[in-house]
Every structure is written in structure tokens, then in C-alpha cells.
Design a protein around this ligand. Sequence first.
Ligand SMILES: Nc1nc2c(ncn2[C@@H]2O[C@H](COP(=O)(O)OP(=O)(O)OP(=O)(O)O)[C@@H](O)[C@H]2O)c(=O)[nH]1
Ligand SMILES: [Mg+2]
Length: 501
Amino acid sequence: MHTLNLGILAHVDAGKTTLTERLLYAAGVIDQPGSVDQGSTQTDTLDLERQRGITIKSAVVSFRIDDVTVNLIDTPGHPDFIAEVERVLSVLDGAVLVVSAVEGVQPQTRVLMRTLRRLNIPTLIFVNKVDRRGAADVPVLRAIAEKLGPAVLAMGSVAGLGTRDADVTPFSAADDGFAARLADLLADHDEALLAAYVDGGTAVPYRRLRTELARQTGKALVHPVFFGSAMTGAGVASLSAGIAELLPAAGAAAAGPVSGAVFKVERGPAGEKIAYARLFSGTLRVRDRLRFGDGHEGKVTGIGVFDRGSAVPRPSVAAGQIGKLWGLDEVRVGDQLGLPRATGPERHFAPPTLETVVVPARPGDKGALHAALTQLAEQDPLIDLRQDDLRQELSVKLYGEVQKEVIGATLADDFGLEVGFRETTTICIERPVGTGAAVERLRKPPNPFLATVGLRIEPTPAGSGVAFSIEAELGSMPLAFFAAVEDTVRRTLLQGLAGWG
Ligand SMILES: Nc1nc2c(ncn2[C@@H]2O[C@H](COP(=O)(O)OP(=O)(O)OP(=O)(O)O)[C@@H](O)[C@H]2O)c(=O)[nH]1
Ligand SMILES: [Mg+2]
């Protein structure tokens, strides 16, 4: 049994959650596809998601196609929740990028595809909503080739486009044109195919073309395009077959040391922390102790593994699988499990650019608000909760107004805290533009201290953070003094000369 961890990504409202329902239905996991408009879907389970009809948090469901267990991660499309997409990218074996046949390629689609390509994540494209009035096929395909990448190929044709009866017929070996287009597309990365092609049409067996299509899709060199409707189910069977045939399942090293990544953290009904993690190697069992994040250690007290729908209790989770883990009290989103990764978490999208101060309606709720926002920051560290001790204020970073509303509603619904927000402001960052140095020598006025201090500040590349290094001899003063100097330097740099961050 292989596992394929599959992300569904798209701009807002493209139909990701509806498609998730259809795929579950096609695989026999549910008897009826749920509807986003009626709030009856398997993902989008939060009250807020149902009220607003949008996805806010990534959610995992699973189904089987042949001998492959697909863990499908439905992600939000609204740009305010791009951090949710970022967190799942590191755990994906493949992706389906959804494009609406009516709205076409959106700016957000380009942002997502650029990232999928940069990370070499094998990606199928699904052109959804072919049943809706105004749906287009050829122009959308052309826009995909122009804006998302030229190595794309339609895998079927649509009849009755823009009507409720729209139907999709997959191309097959019988379509001479399709075989020729396949050979043409694949020859760029396949010497033997190219030779056969140049030789003057020596027919390459269709089966060989399909194998090569899977190989090149698996290497993210080409992107097959499927058409369909998540609403009526048209074309969804071909997409399902394409997922199993063309996307590569997880390579699994169940015997090695445990290594994994936490991409989601939530709280259970009793407030207990649950971490969603993908294992890259090793096997994790209930009662195992493991290291995670920044030097924490904990004991796993329960494991759930996704199988035909939601997670079911299991004694262990192995490489390639996604598990829900109980018992790791200090775990945070983005933490590595077991073997630490060589570099810190990667950033794929721009960080939040806005900031606001959260004010409790009842002044006595300050402590409770701090505790609640700390919990939200476990699930979304990018809000970067900060407490200004002088002004006694709590501030968070934001992508936009919808995220702000969601934070307000979550504090009210889940924590019973009514809050207001100060006006949202743009985050301004001050950076050094040149090198500056200063020295204050011991016993030379105006230095009142029993020390000589020299500082040199140099700019580093934007976004790389603050790097601190010592040029004095380590033995020249107690280590605690060096630590105090570094502490003070870092604290001082939190605010720039003009009062910004
Ligand atoms: N006609 C038609 N409507 C669709 C189709 N797929 C989705 N919709 C509708 O489009 C709207 C958005 O669908 P969702 O599945 O919530 O889209 P989404 O991509 O998950 O949205 P976010 O998660 O909020 O980004 C809903 O009203 C769906 O009923 C389709 O194939 N045809
Ligand atoms: Mg959705």
C-alpha cells in the first residue's frame, strides 16, 4: 500500500472544497457529496467556515484509489490565509491546482504555480466549473500555457461547455492527434522519443508515451490538464485516475530514524493539543519519546492515521504517512520531529504586511486574551504575537481584513472574549543602508562604564534577519557578559531610529 500526500491549491472560490467532496464520493468514502453552500462538506468543518462559505484552515481527508492511499489536503484560497498553504507545501508529494473555467487564471493562481514549480512538486491542473455559464476551454488552456508554464497538455475534451450537461471525454490511444501531441510535449525531455520523432514518425507505442508522461509529471517537468465540474462530477473520474497514474507516491523509509514535519496544530474537545505531521522516515509508536522543534522533548500518547475519510486510532505511523499526534504539549506548527532539518523553515510567500493592536472589551480580560492569542500563535506563528510592556498592548501581524475578522470571531466563539482592533497599520521595517562603527573606551569620557565597547553594524540581505557575531577574544570577559551584550543588541534592534520595527 503506497501513500500519496496530495494538496489541492487554487485561488479563492475555484472549487477546491467541492472537488474534495467529489473525489471522496468517487472513491466511495461518502454516500453523497456535501455542499459548501449548505455547509455539509467533510473539510470546511469549522463553524466560521460554514457561515462564510470559505476555507480558513487546511484540512486532511483520505481515500483510496487502487492500492494508493491518498491523503488529500484541502487548502484555503483566500490570500489572507496563504500561511496555511505555505505550511503544507513541505509535506506534499503532489498537487492539483484548480483553475476556474469561468474566472480563468488569477493572480493568486500564478503565485501558487510559481511556488509549486520552484519546489518541483508534481502538479496536475484541473479546470473546474465547465458546467457554469461563461465557461471556456481553449482560451483557458491557452492562458494556462502562457501564464503558468508552457509544458501543459489537455487530457480530454468537453462537450456541452457552459451547460449543466457539460461532459468530459478523456483522450485515448485512439486519438491520433493526442498521441502526436503527447510525443511532441515529452520529446523535450526524452532523448529516445526525440530521436524517434526526428526519424520521421516511427510510431512510439502509446503505452510507452503514458509511462513517460507519468515519469515527466512526477519530475514536475510537464503538467497534464484535466477539465471537469466538481459540482456535477463531470471529468472527476479521469482526474482520479490521473492522480493514481501520474503522481508519484511517497518514497518510504519506515526503518530509518524518525524524521517528520508538523504542518497543522489544533486543539481537541478537551483543549488537548493535536499535531498533524508527515513522516519522511522512520516509524513513530504510541509511548515513543521524541525530540521536536527547538530542543523540546515529549512522549506521544496517541496516534491517528488517515484512512478512508478521517483519522483512525493506530499504534504507529510510518514514513510517508500523515499522523495526528497527541501528547506533545509544546509542539508548534512548522516544528521538525526527530532528526532536525539542516536549515530553518523555508519561506515561500511574502510575510504579513499589516499589524493591529487587539484590545479586550473588558479591561480585566487582558490575561485571558494573552493566553488565547498565544494559543492562536501556536497554530499560526506568523501572527507574531507581541506584547508592548510599556503601553500594555498586544499586537498581531496580519495579511488582511478577513483574517482580522476571523481572529475576532474565533476569540469570541472559542474563548468567550469580546475584542476590538485598533486601526490596521502597514508594518514598516527599518534597515541599515550602510556600515557604521563606534567605540567607547574604558576610562575615556564620556564612557562611565568599566568596559570598552565597540560595535559595527553592517546591512545584510533584506529578510535575512539579524546576525550577531563577536570579534573580541572570548576569554576577555565572562561568557555571561557576552550573552548580555547580544541580548541588549537584539532587544535594541527591535525598534529602529524612527520608532518602527
Ligand atoms: N457551477 C459550479 N459551481 C461550483 C463548482 N465547484 C464549486 N462551485 C461553487 O463555487 C463556490 C466555491 O466553491 P468552494 O468549493 O467553496 O471553493 P474553494 O476553492 O474551496 O473556496 P475557498 O476554500 O474559500 O478558497 C461554491 O458556491 C460552490 O458551490 C462547479 O464545478 N460548478
Ligand atoms: Mg475551500
